[in-house]
Design a protein around this ligand. Structure first.
Ligand SMILES: Cc1cc2nc3c(=O)[nH]c(=O)nc-3n(C[C@H](O)[C@H](O)[C@H](O)COP(=O)(O)OP(=O)(O)OC[C@H]3O[C@@H](n4cnc5c(N)ncnc54)[C@H](O)[C@@H]3O)c2cc1C
Length: 448
């Protein structure tokens, strides 16, 4: 590895290297948020890169790809390292290539709103640059302030905005990528939407994405609302009904009372009363004329509202999606979580799961658009009692008709529907023929 570092430094003295003696920095570059999972934690604890490289432009990416391919060294790409399943942990060691300095917004087409942006750009920084043109990104993870767009595309799935735009892998959310292959003489390729699809949510196993072409949406002056309910059934019904109205929402998150009680609410927002469930709503400003009375008629009470992006403290969005899990685990570290799409009608499945698992499984729901229909996704919190209990809860949910996205596994396929995607494997064969990119994460490659 020392020889590789020397070669890289000779070829480009401006490359930033993190070497073996910088143990703490290398360890940080080799981690993400896999500690949400007590199953993954021991599997990743000892996995480290031997060399970190920070690349800020295309020539540097190609240089690193060439050097790794020539020496047969594993190469794992990293954005901000906020993944939850060890997506950017280098299972086989080698080089971690960090791309946050490759972050320019290359183009915004004023007519269509389509952008071309470099992979290491932070999502919040992109939105800030789009704002003067009245545009915004369609989809954001709740980590939008720290995560990169390349990492979101390669490792994430959806989040804020999924109620309107579905998930990243839905046709239309990615229009193309620019990528570098991992070969002794790396190619810089520009792929159209359909050729880019196999790189979408492939954990960087089949190409180094250097830039993305994506649609944007007209910006909306979103309002954040906190609504309280004393009856869970009423709250659930409201979460189901709201998306079917003519009001415009960007996200709807429902938190069961014990979860709501432990969240860090804004200083200006009253904390929940005992037993109060909370619905967090991100809505267009015009709904303010109708929503409070609409909610009142259905058992909801509006406790707080404020414009998104204004004021101090945590934005409401950072109480949703996996930030709910983050805040809960900060106080309850012996808990973990699950991810699933609930079967319909949701109330029946939830009742059955509550009856069996009681207070060991607490409910956090997010409204999403799935294959064209509005559905409720769940990220329930689970008191950790071992792998057998985890499996039993997952089996029970599947038996009831839930579609599970297991966050306690590290391959692309096992975290999804379990199926091997032949196109992802073919893309790896074409762009990473020696299998050096993020080895161990694409099961279809290992089993080919
Ligand atoms: C508190 C919390 C909340 C979260 N909320 C959400 C959420 O709402 N929705 C969601 O989808 N996810 C969520 N996540 C997961 C994660 O934050 C997002 O998916 C995020 O977008 C990942 O971006 P990143 O820059 O940190 O990527 P990283 O973690 O650095 O990388 C993710 C994967 O992408 C690969 N990769 C990174 N850059 C490239 C590139 N240029 N080319 C090829 N491969 C690349 C890496 O190898 C890795 O496999 C959450 C995580 C946490 C800890």
């Amino acid at each position: 590895m020392a020889a590789l570092a020397e070669t890289l430094q000779q070829r480009d003295p401006s490359l930033v290297l993190v070497q073996a003696h910088q143990r703490a920095a290398l360890e940080l570059l080799s981690r993400d948020f896999y500690d949400f999972s007590p199953v993954l934690e021991p599997q990743f604890a000892q996995r480290r890169a031997q060399l970190g490289v920070r690349a800020g432009h295309l020539d540097q990416v190609r240089l690193v790809a060439a050097a790794c391919a020539q020496a047969g060294i594993p190469l794992t790409v990293r954005g901000a390292g906020t993944g939850n399943y060890g997506q950017c942990v280098p299972l086989m060691g080698g080089v971690v290539l960090e791309l946050t300095a490759l972050n320019g917004l290359r183009q915004l087409d004023p007519a269509s709103g389509v952008i071309e942006v470099e992979a290491g750009a932070l999502l919040s920084a992109i939105d800030q640059q789009l704002a003067p043109a009245g545009r915004a990104l369609r989809l954001l993870p709740s980590t939008y302030r720290t995560a990169t767009i390349g990492g979101f595309l390669a490792g994430g799935s959806g989040g804020i905005g999924s109620l309107r735009w579905g998930f990243l892998r839905d046709a239309g959310n990615l229009l193309g990528v620019e990528m570098v292959t991992v070969e002794p003489e790396p190619r810089l390729l520009r792929l159209d939407a359909s050729a880019s699809a196999p790189l979408n949510h492939a954990y960087g196993t089949n190409g180094i994405i250097t830039a993305l072409r994506m649609p944007t949406t007209p910006a909306v002056a979103w309002q954040q609302l906190v609504v309280g309910f004393h009856q869970w059934d009423q709250a659930l019904e409201v979460a189901r009904q709201l998306p079917a109205t003519a009001m415009l929402f960007n996200s709807l998150s429902l938190l069961e009372a014990p979860i709501a009680e432990r969240l860090p609410w804004l200083a200006t927002c009253p904390p929940p009363a005992a037993g109060e469930h909370r619905l967090l709503v991100v809505a267009a400003p015009d709904v303010m004329d109708v929503l409070p009375s609409w909610l009142n008629a259905r058992g909801g009470c509006l406790h707080w509202h404020g414009a998104q992006g204004v004021g101090r403290g945590l934005p409401l969005l950072e109480l949703t999606w996996n930030h709910t899990t983050l805040h809960w685990r900060a106080q309850m570290p012996d808990w973990t979580y699950l991810q699933m799409l609930l079967p319909q009608p949701e109330a029946l499945a939830l009742k059955a799961l509550r009856q069996r698992w009681g207070n060991d499984l607490l409910w956090h729901l997010e409204a999403v658009r799935h294959q064209g229909s509005v559905r409720l996704a769940a990220l329930p919190l689970l008191r950790w009692q071992g792998e057998q209990q985890l499996q039993a809860v997952m089996d029970h949910a599947v038996q009831l008709g839930a579609v599970l996205f297991n966050p306690h596994v590290f391959t692309v396929e096992d975290g999804g529907l379990g199926d091997i995607d032949a196109d992802q494997v073919a893309a790896k064969r074409a762009y990473d023929p020696a299998g050096l990119l993020n080895p161990g994460k694409l099961r279809g490659w290992l089993e080919r």
